[in-house]
Structures are given as structure tokens and as C-alpha cells.
Design a protein around this ligand. Structure first.
Ligand code: ZN
Length: 437
């Protein structure tokens, strides 16, 4: 891949990795060959983006020299992306940063300490950021470690994407999101405190998750492919449980993301008022109406389907229960995504990375495009729509004055070849350059 001629002073880079989150007292000037300010619009040619203290303070036509830009403390740095395609940082609405699906999962569960798991998640978080994903939602991870990772990154102790964290899922006993596939003693030991039964208990579980640090509530309204049980992918949380979770979460200012495969579970979650449906594999006509009526997003996670089908066919570590579900659901996801997209359901980008390998998050774009989504709609899903889904449209998702400087670059335009999103060369998060080659 052609390397970028990026001239960022080494001193700036070295300093910025010690400074926290935003590069305070700094002015940075990007010369962008092509600049996509807002996904869905035409990219502009030869633009200058000025960043002060980690925020975008000007976007101007032409390559304006450093000398003509008013600078704080006369310390502006020029970042030369004059032969690159520059756009807003990508956002992945569905990841699990603490693991990666594979044959060693059972062994790791026995051997790794919580601290080991946290270290591993830091490694995966960095990979995700280097792939151009500056914001992610972690929808299901051990709570304490997930919040520690989120907070450590936001304090500037380590590099990773901005994380909207759910902690452990609010799930029903024996349902998807509860523990499975272990000896009875271990099952008891590992049951999360957010497992609940009945509306009032699920209200408790939701409030508990928020008390301990959840930014968003993840629920599992239907069975899931990777639960090691043969209980199917139908509705598992009852209507009254779903309603209580959504009411309790919304009352405390948190959104709700529901994992859902079967139509009955998708529709029950949408009727209860969830803010997004994850996977949505068997969305039917009624689901599409409910999506449109309530304004919820669909986060399709085509990569999850793609990955589990390949693993079920080419490896032998999955149990019979899991591999049967993987082949059925994985195989059906794309056709159903097409129908939802064509019907005008709002789509936000999400990969379910952790099922697939971390750092390959850009591949979801290729799968969405191959399923019939336009490139601009894919880019919207990964920027503007994702920002809207997490309630951060005022600060994230576009390159406009006042926004946080989350900026990425590729050597060629993804509008011409979507695969460019899998090869991001330059990453700036909150004004800090974290990748530049
Ligand atoms: Zn997931």
C-alpha cells in the first residue's frame, strides 16, 4: 500500500502520547487532498482543517499555509494529507473488547485472571483504534474491567477508541447473555448480577448496571447463536421484562440495545421502546413498521454471521448446538438485512468484533456494500447515524467546526473502492495523532 507523506513532528507525536485525551494548547493544520465533511455529501478537494485543543475550529478551501493561520502559542503543526482521502473517524456500535471467539476460549476462561482479561482488552482496543475506529460501543463484557478500560482511555492512560460500555448484559436465567457450557459449580460462580427474572427483578438489574457504570443497557430479547444450549433463537425475555428494562434505563438517561434474532423478539423489544436492535436477523414486515414508527436503529453485524458460518464449517471447536445455529442464522442474515435496508430502516454500523477478530472492523463495510447498501449509506451508518444512536451528534460524526477532532485518512477514496476502509493509514482521536504512516 502506498505510504502517506505525512509530516507530523516526532516531538508532537511523542508528547501527545503522554498528554491526556485532548492535545491542550496545540494547533494542528491538516491539508486534505479530498475531504468528506459530512457522509452523504460530495467530498471537497484541497481543504484545510484547523484543530485547536482537540476540536475542529475551521474548515477552509485551499491549502492555507501555517503562517496564515492564527495559532495558539505559535506552535502549529502541519499534517500533510494532501494526497489522501480524509473523513470523520469510524464508529462501531457493537464490539466485545475482552475476547475473540476461538478454540482456546474454554481454556482461557479457566486460566485468565480478570486482570489478564483487562490487559487483553487494552490490546484489542488499540487494534480497533488503529483500524480507524475512534468510538465503539462495548455491548457485553465483564463490567468492572470494561469500565476501567473505558475510563483509562478517556484519561489518556492508554490508547484506544472512546468506549460506550454496557458491562454485562441484562439477561434472563438460562437465556442468551447468561453463562452456559460449564459445570454447575462454575455456572453458579460466574452468573452475572444483571441476570434477572420477572419485571421487577429486571428493573433491579437495569438500575444495578447503571449504578456500577453502564453507559448503555444491553439486553438479549432472543436466544443467541453462541449460547451453548439448544434453546433456539426465539424470544426469551418476556414483554413485561422488556418494558421494565426500557423504562428503568430511560428514566436514568440510558439507551437500550437489544440483541435479537427471531421476529417475535425483535418486535417485542421494539414495542417496549428499545433504541437499537442488534443483528435483527429475522426482521419481518411488522418489525420494519415498528422500526420506522419508533425510530430505532438496526445494527446488522453481518461480520458475525459471516464469521460463525466459516468457523462452523472449517473448525471443530463449536458444540453441535452452536454450529447448527451458526449455519442457520449466519446464512439468513444477509437476505434479511437487504430487506430492512431497502425498506428504509435506519442503520448504524456494528461488527460484533470479538466474534470476528478485532482490528478487522472495516470489513463490515464491504459486507454491507456487497449486500446492496450504497457506499455513502455505509459511511453514514459508521459516522452520522452511529453518533445519533449514542446521542452524540453535537460532538461526533462529521468534520465541522465545533466537533471533536476524530479524523482518519486513506490513500484513496472509499467511494471508489469500499475496501479502502480496511486500510486506514492515518488516525487522529480528539486531536491526538495515534497513527500516521
Ligand atoms: Zn455481540
Amino acid at each position: 500500500m502506498k505510504s502517506l507523506s505525512t509530516s507530523v513532528s516526532l516531538i508532537t507525536l511523542a508528547l501527545s502520547s503522554f498528554l491526556s485525551v485532548t492535545a491542550v494548547g496545540q494547533t494542528q493544520v491538516i491539508h486534505a487532498g479530498k475531504l468528506l465533511t459530512v457522509a452523504g455529501s460530495e467530498p471537497l478537494t484541497k481543504q484545510t482543517v484547523v484543530i485547536t485543543d482537540g476540536k475542529i475550529t475551521a474548515v477552509k478551501a485551499g491549502f492555507i499555509p501555517l503562517g496564515k493561520i492564527s495559532q495558539k502559542n505559535n506552535k502549529a503543526t502541519l499534517i500533510d494529507l494532501s494526497s489522501s482521502f480524509v473523513m470523520s473517524g469510524l464508529m462501531d456500535m457493537h464490539v466485545h473488547l475482552q475476547g475473540e471467539l476461538g478454540p482456546k476460549n474454554d481454556r482461557d476462561n479457566l486460566r485468565l485472571s480478570k486482570s489478564d482479561r483487562l490487559m487483553k482488552s487494552a490490546y484489542f482496543a488499540k487494534k480497533t483504534l488503529m483500524a480507524g475506529f475512534t468510538t465503539v460501543r462495548d455491548l457485553g463484557s465483564s463490567a468492572e474491567q470494561s469500565y476501567a478500560l473505558r475510563d483509562g482511555i478517556s484519561k489518556g492512560w492508554l490508547q484506544g477508541p472512546r468506549i460506550i460500555a454496557a458491562g454485562t448484559s441484562v439477561a434472563v436465567t438460562g437465556g442468551h447473555g447468561d453463562v452456559d457450557g460449564m459445570s454447575p459449580d462454575l455456572l453458579d460462580m460466574h452468573t452475572a448480577k444483571t441476570v434477572c427474572d420477572g419485571p421487577f427483578d429486571c428493573r433491579r438489574a437495569t438500575r444495578r448496571a447503571i449504578k456500577f457504570g453502564a453507559d448503555v443497557i444491553k439486553i438479549t430479547s432472543t436466544g443467541g447463536v453462541l449460547s451453548d444450549t439448544d434453546t433456539g433463537t426465539g424470544q426469551q425475555m418476556a414483554d413485561d421484562e422488556l418494558r421494565e428494562v426500557v423504562n428503568a434505563a430511560h428514566a436514568l438517561g440510558r439507551k437500550v440495545a437489544s440483541h435479537a434474532h427471531a421476529a417475535a423478539g425483535i418486535n417485542a423489544a421494539l414495542r417496549a421502546g428499545v433504541d437499537s436492535i442488534e443483528h435483527g436477523s429475522y426482521a419481518n414486515e411488522e418489525s420494519i413498521e415498528l422500526f420506522k414508527k419508533g425510530g430505532a436503529y438496526l445494527v446488522p453485524t453481518l461480520m458475525a454471521g459471516d464469521t460463525v458460518v466459516a468457523l462452523a464449517k472449517n473448525t471443530n471447536f463449536m458444540s453441535a448446538a452452536i454450529s447448527a445455529k451458526a449455519i442457520r442464522v449466519g446464512g439468513d442474515m444477509i437476505a434479511n438485512f437487504k430487506r430492512s435496508y431497502k425498506s428504509g430502516v435506519k442503520i448504524a454500523y456494528g461488527t460484533d468484533s470479538g466474534v470476528s477478530k478485532h482490528g478487522n472492523n472495516g470489513k463490515e463495510a464491504v459486507l454491507m456494500y456487497e449486500a446492496g447498501m450504497s457506499v455513502q449509506d455505509v459511511l453514514k451508518a459508521a459516522t452520522i447515524n452511529a453518533a445519533d444512536l449514542i446521542g452524540k451528534s453535537k460532538s461526533l460524526g462529521t468534520i465541522e467546526v465545533g466537533k471533536v477532532a476524530d479524523i482518519i485518512a486513506m490513500h484513496a477514496s472509499p467511494l471508489k473502492d469500499i475496501k479502502e476502509l480496511m486500510d486506514v493509514d492515518f488516525v487522529m482521536k480528539s486531536g491526538e495523532v495515534v497513527k500516521s504512516k
